[in-house]
Ligand binder design. Structure first.
Ligand code: SAM
Length: 231
């Protein structure tokens, strides 16, 4: 396993790929982790378009950042509708670029979502979302955002639908290895409200919101993908 951390907030602008409003952003961490995450998603998301009965399943990404993740995933799930979102409107040009240039045309234009608000605020109905996905926000935001993520998943996912979260986590209060301990310290130095969260705390939050942790997958660079299922 690589010793480096996935510092997902660092982004580069790929000048020349579009105008100022539609420039594509590239995060080196997202470039590295998008394919390992895709391989996990293939185990949990319906890939076969013939298996989709009625409307296209809706996959809502919270805190999309550059948009590279949905851009990489969407062509592999052509029957699924991908909705990117972020609280930061500065990334919308990039999200829009990736949506417009998606060869399978199944990425919607971005919407502003602050996950601390109820999703009804943005027009979602309860029990209406098939998949929620969130990468690298839980440790790079105040804990209220994690609470909002779980509360919204509990209310707005369909029964038995999945939420997928990706990032570094501690287990039983212990952060490993040393590189993640240093990463946690650097996050808390940047913002005392940030930091790596413990899986046990997330399980409790899940219990309070009808979400069960059904799988934990070790990922490169000391990250994990957690699969949550709504009761
Ligand atoms: C480290 S970046 C991760 C981006 C992307 N998911 C990835 O893995 O490359 C964290 C993202 O969380 C977003 N974010 C922070 N607070 C948020 C909130 N309250 N609601 C929604 N998004 C938020 C930031 O704007 C930023 O785009």
């Amino acid at each position: 396993m690589s010793k480096t951390n996935d510092i997902a907030c660092n982004v580069n602008v790929n000048h020349g790929s579009g105008g100022y409003n539609g420039e594509k952003l590239i995060s080196p961490a997202a470039s590295r982790n998008k394919d390992p995450i895709l391989q996990v998603l293939k185990r949990f998301i319906i890939c076969d378009i013939d298996q989709i009965e009625d409307e296209s399943p809706l996959f809502v990404e919270i805190a999309s950042g550059t948009g590279q993740h949905v851009s990489h995933f969407a062509p592999h799930f052509p029957g699924v509708k991908f909705q990117p979102s972020d609280v930061d409107k500065n990334v919308f040009g990039s999200l829009s670029f990736y949506a417009t240039n998606c060869p399978t045309k199944n990425i919607l234009q971005p919407i502003m979502i602050d996950i601390q608000n109820k999703l009804s605020h943005y027009g979602f109905e309860e029990n209406s979302i098939d998949y929620m996905y969130n990468a690298n926000m839980i440790h790079i935001s105040p804990y209220e955002c994690t609470i909002g993520l779980f509360e919204n998943a509990g209310h707005y996912l369909k029964p038995e639908a999945l939420m997928i979260t990706y990032g570094p986590y501690s287990k039983d209060g212990v952060i490993t290895p040393q590189s993640n301990i240093s990463f946690d310290a650097s996050l808390r130095e940047r913002n005392p409200l940030w930091g790596i969260r413990d899986i046990n705390d997330l399980i409790k939050l899940g219990d309070e919101n009808n979400l069960s942790l059904i799988d934990t997958i070790e990922m490169p660079a000391n990250n994990m993908t957690l699969i949550w299922k709504k009761d």
